[in-house]
Design a protein around this ligand. Structure first.
Ligand code: GLU
Length: 451
C-alpha cells in the first residue's frame, strides 16, 4: 500500500495526540487525565531472533504497548507488517482505549506488532516467530490483564499458535483460553468474529444514513484494502444493496461503474487471482446486459481514494489521506475501517465532510472479541445470529450516541464527538479510581454523601 509519507506527514502518534489535546481542551477535560492518556502506561519491546529454514538467523523487533486499563483489561490486536514501529504501535494502542470506550465494552487499550513482511517467511518460520513472541509476552498477558487478537496479517492460525504456546508456559488453567480472541472455532473462537469488523462498520454506516434520512440503496462505495476487514465489508455492503464500484489491495485496484459482484471477486481471488482486470466481475442487473467486463478500469490506490463515489472506505493502513491528497477527495462520506487512515492535518482540511471515525467505525472487531471472551469465561457458546444481533445493537447504539454528542455540541466533527464521548467515559473511570485528583467541577471521584 502506498503510504503517502513525506516529511510533512504527521506520524500516527502525533495524529492521535493532536486530536486528543484538541478535544480535551474544547471539552474542558481534566488536564491531568489528558496528560495521562497522551502516554501509554507500559511499553514492552523485544528482540526476536528467528531461525530461518536455511539455518541462518534473522532478528525482528516486537512491541506490545499497554496504553490504558482504567475501564478494564488491556485489549488489542497484534500485527505483522514491515511498517510496524514503536510510534505506530503506541498510536494503535491509544486508539484501542478510545474505541473500547466508544462502544462501551469493559476493556482498556493495547496493541502489538512485529516489523516483518509475513509473505517472506515460510509457515514454519512464522510459527517459530509467533511462539517466540508469546514467550516474551507471557508474563504480561492473560485473560484478566491483556488480551491480544488478530490485526493486519495475523489470523486465527496465528492465534492458535499464540494460545498453544501460552498454554505450554502457563498450563491449562481455568479461563486460560480467554487470553486471546479471534481464535479458530475449534479452539474456543466465536462465531461471527472473523467478519465482525466489516459487519460492524456496515451497521454503523446504515445507522448513520438512517439517522440522516438517506436511503442507502444504490449508493456507490470505493473500498481501499481487501484484507479481512475490507473484503468482508465489501461483500456485506454489496449484499445489502450498496454499489461497490472500486476495490483495491496493496498492488492496486479495479473500478467498474456498474458495481462489482464482490462474492465472485472474493472467490476468484481465493483461487489465486490478483485484483486486476481479470478479476473484474461487474454486477449486471439484467442478465447479459450493461457494460461488459472490458469496461473495467485498472486503478492505483491513489486513484481509488479520489474516485467520485458516495462513500469512501479506507480499510488498509494509516496515513493514506494526508494534506497532499485531501483536497482531491470527492466522496460525500468517509467510513474509516482502517485505524488512522486520515492524518491530523488532512482531517482539519476535511472538517465539512462526515467522517465516521475509526474508533467507532471499526470497533465491531473488538466488540465481537468481547463476546468471544465472555463466551470463553462462561464456557457457553452462542449461535452466529446471537453474535450478529448483539453486534448490531452495540454498533448502532454507539453511532447514535456519537451523533447525539454532536447534536449537543454542533461545532464538533464526528471524530471529535467520538473522542469526547470516549474521554468522558475514561475520565469517569479514572476519577473513580482516584488516579488523579478531581477538580471542584468534576462530578465523580468525590466522597459525596458520606455518613
Ligand atoms: N485489531 C482489531 C482492531 O484494531 C481488533 C482488536 C481486538 O479484537 O482486540 O480493533
Amino acid at each position: 500500500m502506498s503510504t503517502n509519507s513525506s516529511s510533512t506527514t504527521l506520524s500516527p502518534y502525533q495524529t492521535f495526540t493532536s486530536t486528543l489535546r484538541e478535544v480535551g481542551a474544547s471539552m474542558n477535560a481534566h488536564p491531568d487525565i489528558i496528560e495521562l492518556l497522551s502516554k501509554p502506561q507500559r511499553i514492552i519491546q523485544v528482540q526476536l531472533p528467528v531461525q530461518r529454514d536455511n539455518g541462518s538467523t534473522d532478528v525482528y523487533h516486537g512491541y506490545r504497548v499497554q496504553h490504558n486499563n482504567a475501564r478494564g483489561p488491556y485489549k488489542g490486536g497484534i500485527r505483522f507488517h514491515p511498517s510496524v514501529s514503536l510510534n505506530e504501535v503506541k498510536a494503535l494502542a491509544a486508539w484501542m482505549t478510545l474505541k473500547t470506550a466508544v462502544v462501551n465494552i469493559p476493556f482498556g487499550g493495547a496493541k502489538g506488532g512485529i516489523n516483518i513482511d509475513p509473505l517472506k517467511l515460510s509457515d514454519q518460520e512464522l510459527q517459530r516467530l509467533s511462539r517466540s513472541f508469546i514467550e516474551h509476552l507471557g508474563p504480561i498477558i492473560g485473560p484478566a490483564t491483556d488480551i491480544p487478537a488478530p490485526d493486519i496479517n495475523t489470523n486465527a492460525q496465528v492465534m492458535a499458535w499464540f494460545t498453544d504456546e501460552y498454554m505450554k508456559l502457563n498450563g491449562h488453567r481455568e479461563h486460560t483460553i480467554a487470553t486471546f480472541t479471534g481464535k479458530p472455532l475449534s479452539l474456543g473462537g466465536s462465531q461471527g468474529r472473523e467478519a465482525a469488523t466489516g459487519r460492524g462498520g456496515l451497521f454503523a454506516l446504515q445507522e448513520y444514513l438512517e439517522q440522516s434520512g438517506q436511503n442507502h440503496q444504490g449508493l456507490t462505495i470505493a473500498v481501499q484494502g481487501f484484507g479481512n476487514v475490507g473484503a468482508h465489508f465489501a461483500r456485506l455492503a454489496d449484499q445489502a444493496g450498496f454499489k461497490i464500484v472500486a476495490i483495491s489491495d496493496a498492488a492496486g485496484g479495479i473500478y467498474h461503474q456498474s458495481g462489482l459482484d464482490i462474492t465472485a471477486v472474493i472467490k476468484a481471488r481465493a483461487a489465486g487471482g490478483q485484483l486486476n482486470k481479470n478479476l473484474c466481475y461487474p454486477k449486471l442487473t439484467v442478465k447479459n446486459a450493461g457494460p461488459a467486463a472490458t469496461d473495467c478500469q485498472q486503478i492505483t490506490n491513489q486513484e481509488l481514494l479520489t474516485t467520485a463515489v458516495d462513500i469512501l472506505v479506507p480499510a488498509a493502513i494509516e496515513n493514506q489521506i494526508t494534506a497532499q491528497n485531501a483536497g482531491q477527495i470527492k466522496a460525500k462520506i468517509i467510513l474509516e475501517l482502517a485505524n488512522g487512515p486520515i492524518s491530523y492535518p488532512a482531517d482539519q482540511l476535511l472538517k465539512n465532510l462526515p467522517i465516521i471515525p475509526d474508533i467507532l467505525a471499526n470497533a465491531g472487531g473488538v466488540t465481537a472479541s468481547y463476546y468471544e471472551w465472555t463466551q470463553n469465561l462462561q464456557n457457553l457458546y452462542w449461535e452466529e445470529s446471537e453474535v450478529n444481533t448483539r453486534l448490531e445493537l452495540t454498533m448502532r447504539r454507539a453511532m447514535r450516541e456519537v451523533l447525539n454528542e454532536q447534536t449537543s455540541h454542533p461545532d464538533l466533527s464526528l471524530r471529535q464527538a467520538a473522542y469526547q464521548l470516549a474521554i468522558n467515559r475514561l475520565q469517569e473511570a479514572i476519577l473513580l479510581r482516584s488516579w488523579v485528583r478531581p477538580r471542584s467541577q468534576d462530578t465523580v471521584g468525590h466522597l459525596n454523601n458520606r455518613r
